[in-house]
Write a protein that binds this ligand. Sequence first.
Ligand code: HEC
Length: 146
Amino acid sequence: MKTWIHTTKQLMILALMGFVLTTSLGACGKSGSQNNTAAGQPSAAAIAEAKSIFENRCVACHGAKGAGDGPTSASLNPKPRALNSAEWQKSVTDDHIRKIIVGGGTAVGLNAIMPPNADLTSKPEVVEALKNYVRGLNESIKRPGK
Ligand code: HEC
């Protein structure tokens, strides 16, 4: 009888391990396909998440239109970059923008006031969408010739 209980416990542990393994393998497959999507166009969900991240984390310093005039910008030195500047947009690569979003100012040799967003390291698709959002702030898109 004692041996039987022992074996049942072992079986349950084995079953549990099997479950955990299957679940984590499933999760792996999922994140794999997310990465594939990141190589192309970000999904609608990633675009929505990026927009909400910009509003919640970036607007305070960079301003709603990216003009560098957010509520906390006045007290900062250096000032937050005017992301709507066509000049600045031309001067940076997409990779530079992705890097500063994830790693903060120090990741690209700029000031540490520009904070890192370490939680986005595992979300390349959202980083891509956020980079696109920043690109979309370029004033020359709306007012060509200015
Ligand atoms: C606490 C204020 C603050 C917040 C919040 C903030 N930034 Fe910044 N950001 C800065 C400052 C200050 C600079 C300029 C750093 C410098 O010139 O050394 C900067 C610079 C940048 C640059 C330009 C880098 C360059 O080459 O000039 C980009 C792009 C940028 N931020 C994007 C973002 C995004 C996207 C977010 C939100 C995820 C964000 N920032 C949140 C303060 C902030």
